[in-house]
Ligand binder design. Structure first.
Ligand code: PEP
Ligand code: MN
Length: 338
């Protein structure tokens, strides 16, 4: 619920409205949007207080249709949030490309890929050390060793790193090496994990669950932000539908819908959406054309021997070709790629 105050409301009226809500036990969030003041009530006391707040001096109206994710909503902040990942700003006019292998496999592999993607214009290196695999018999990642290999690749390439954390108890360990923590699709509603990454300072890359609605994604982001961490980037990575021609169905409309509803940066992951190498460049282009702030893409020096997600991984030359095309799309959108 949002209480909209009258334009030019006096400080005294504003203070008494805030005091009234706090004394009644309500949790609130004050947003100044130009010369308008909105007070969001973020819990279940809201409805009970509405009738009394309605008649207070300085209150213009009450909107009960306000979204259930007040802090990440555009109602709270009209301007785009910019999230810093190491020295790279995501959500500004640059389209930030994050690239690297699905899994970190060896020092040689991550170093080769880091160099290749950096030369082609990637700004952030991705790579999984802890892998959430559908089958217990699939490669589960190198774990802590993978984090050390990623940190070495960062030293060598200068690229900040994003890597996945799959368990609340690993947040400290992964956070000691990474520049951004990835929450994978399978963990989008692991609420303890969300609260844990919300209680530490590194930015969070939150991927949409394979069967999750846009509202559920925004509520998951609200978990992180309400736990104290405002630095969240959302990622559309394809959802499960009846279609079998692609691994998932790339929900391109999620991009403009999210950009309308939230101030957080939004990126796309065409690799997990497509599942097939040849489809990755066109989906990446579609994502940027739809208004995405960045692209997360899997690249491998030798995809045929990759331990995970080889069929959807671009080769380094394939990635380089894709980047030159993406630059033209970014340009058409009034944005740029480094
Ligand atoms: C990944 O990025 O390699 C990954 C496992 O992604 P998702 O969680 O979107 O499946
Ligand atoms: Mn993968």
């Amino acid at each position: 619920m949002i209480v909209v105050l009258e334009p030019g409301v006096s400080l005294k009226d504003k203070a008494s409205i805030v005091r009234f809500i706090e004394q009644a036990g309500g949790r609130l969030l004050v947003s100044e949007l130009g010369d308008a003041t909105h007070i969001g009530l973020v819990d279940s006391t809201a409805q009970a207080l509405a009738d009394r707040i309605q008649t207070m001096s300085g209150v213009a109206s009450i909107r009960s249709e306000a979204p259930p994710y007040p802090q990440v909503s555009r109602d709270h902040q009209a301007t785009n949030s910019i999230v810093d990942v190491g020295n790279v700003a995501v959500g500004d006019s640059e389209i930030v490309v994050m690239a690297g292998p699905c899994s970190v496999e060896s020092a040689e592999q991550i170093s080769l890929v880091a160099r290749g993607v950096s030369e082609a214009g990637a700004r952030i290196l991705r790579g999984g050390a802890f892998k959430p695999r559908t089958s217990p018999y699939s490669f589960q990642g190198l774990g802590e060793e993978g984090l050390h290999l990623l940190a070495a690749a960062r030293e060598e390439s200068g690229l900040p790193i994003v890597t996945e954390v799959v368990a609340p108890e690993d947040v400290g360990l992964v956070g000691a090496h990474a520049d951004m923590l990835q929450i994978g699709a399978r963990n989008m509603q692991n609420f303890r994990l969300l609260s844990e990454v919300g209680a530490q300072p590194l930015p969070v890359l939150l991927k949409r669950g394979i069967s999750s609605s846009i509202e559920e994604l925004l509520l998951a982001a609200e978990y992180v932000v309400s736990a104290g961490n405002p630095s969240v980037i959302l990622c559309e990575r394809g959802i499960r539908t009846f279609e079998t021609a692609t691994r998932n169905t790339f929900d391109v409309s999620a991009v403009p819908v999210l950009k309308e509803r939230t101030h957080l940066p939004v990126i796309v992951d065409p690799s997990h959406a497509a599942g097939v190498r040849s489809l990755v460049p066109p989906l990446a282009a579609a994502g940027v054309a739809a208004g995405a702030d960045g692209v997360l893409v899997e690249v491998h020096n030798d995809p045929d021997s990759a331990l995970s997600d080889g069929p959807q991984s671009l080769t380094i030359p394939g990635f380089t070709t894709m980047m030159s095309r993406l630059k033209a799309v970014a340009d058409a959108m009034g944005r740029f790629i480094h």
